[in-house]
Ligand binder design. Structure first.
Ligand SMILES: Nc1ncnc2c1ncn2[C@@H]1O[C@H](COP(=O)(O)OP(=O)(O)O)[C@@H](O)[C@H]1O
Ligand SMILES: [Mg+2]
Length: 321
């Protein structure tokens, strides 16, 4: 009875946050879940609860208890069958494109043997601060907080790590101090489908995975294998992306097809997986990545390709949030 007497007198957006309440000898205790709210909103809600319940019969005094059960961000993994197909490039540009849409997104560079996000974000050489032994992700000028093994250990040092150590190291990155409003954590997985990848995927259970491949058949076979990895771990594949799809010549503006194109879309059809889009092989994509100026951050010729894929990803995310 007391529960409804309290919630009936609260504005609906606050009532929906009530996880418990009791009235005892004139004193009402209201427990609210305030996860995701900042300090100012919490104070405002507390004042609102007190004001709304003032004057309700039998309530002389109101105590507000706030809890913030952190649900944590939704993890989305970006995988590929092999290295060098543009997984890191895609991950960084999708993160930036999502951030430009207003999604609070963090990025974990899980390619502990060959981290490349510090270069792409222009944060190489920076060292994250730590609190309670957990790293604090680095900010970037693109609105994407990120963390890479490349920020934590000397180059090449992780090479000797075996599976459990690698997974442990990844855990440190994923369980870092991401800001409370971080909605999505994109994970740039190491290439391939070995035990390390399987352990990672099983342990951290992404909500979904995006697979990147180049158009060549060999890469496609590898991508299909990566798909099986996610299947084994019960992680749904959100879709496939074709990278280095046709060569966009910076001189003549023509696009040619050194590796063929369309192969990934055909493979997606065969595998009955969604096709998310294609990114051309373009000089300025490579140059932008190396210079810490990813194309999705600007409005150049190739920004749109990344934004179109991010749009599909955002739709997938919003259907599951
Ligand atoms: N669409 C593209 N056009 C031109 N260069 C690209 C493209 N995608 C990736 N690259 C370049 O290819 C190299 C490998 O890409 P990277 O994203 O590091 O691959 P992976 O993470 O799969 O190993 C990098 O130098 C990157 O800048
Ligand atoms: Mg990479």
């Amino acid at each position: 009875m007391s529960e409804s007497r309290i919630t009936d007198n609260l504005p609906p957006e606050i009532a929906s946050r009530v996880t418990g309440s009791v009235i005892n000898e004139g004193r009402a205790t209201v427990v609210l879940d305030v996860a995701g709210l900042g300090e100012d909103s919490r104070l405002a809600i507390e004042a609102d609860v007190k004001q709304s319940l003032a004057g309700v019969p039998d309530i002389a005094d109101v105590r507000v208890v706030m809890t913030a059960e952190r649900k944590g961000p939704m993890i989305i993994a970006i995988g590929s069958g092999k290295g060098g197909v543009g997984k890191s490039t895609l991950t960084a540009n999708l993160a930036i494109a999502l951030a430009r849409k207003g999604v609070k997104v963090g990025l974990v560079d899980a390619d502990i043997y060959g981290p490349s996000q510090p270069v792409i974000f222009g944060t190489q050489g920076q060292r994250p601060d730590a609190r309670d032994n957990k790293p604090i992700p680095l900010a970037s000028k693109y609105g994407v907080d990120h963390l890479s093994m490349g920020h934590l250990v000397a180059p090449g040092k992780a090479l000797a790590w075996r599976g459990p150590m690698a997974a442990g190291a990844l855990g440190q990155l994923i369980e870092a101090h991401w800001s409370e409003d971080t909605h999505i954590l994109l994970i740039d997985l190491p290439p391939g489908t070995g035990d390390v990848q399987l352990t990672m995927v099983q342990k951290f259970k992404p909500a979904g995975a995006v697979l990147v491949s180049t158009p060549q058949d060999l890469a496609l076979i590898d991508a299909a294998r990566a798909g099986q990895l996610f299947d084994t771990a019960g992680v749904p594949v959100i879709g496939l992306v074709e990278n280095m799809s046709g060569y966009a010549c910076p001189h003549c503006g023509e696009t040619s097809d050194p590796f063929g194109s369309g192969g990934v879309e055909a493979a997606a059809g065969r595998l009955e997986l969604p096709f998310l889009g294609r990114i051309p092989l373009a000089m300025d994509i490579r140059q932008g990545s190396d210079a810490g100026e990813p194309p999705a951050a600007g409005d150049g010729a190739h920004a749109g390709a990344f934004h179109a894929i991010a749009e599909k990803l955002a739709t997938w995310i919003s259907e599951r949030s």
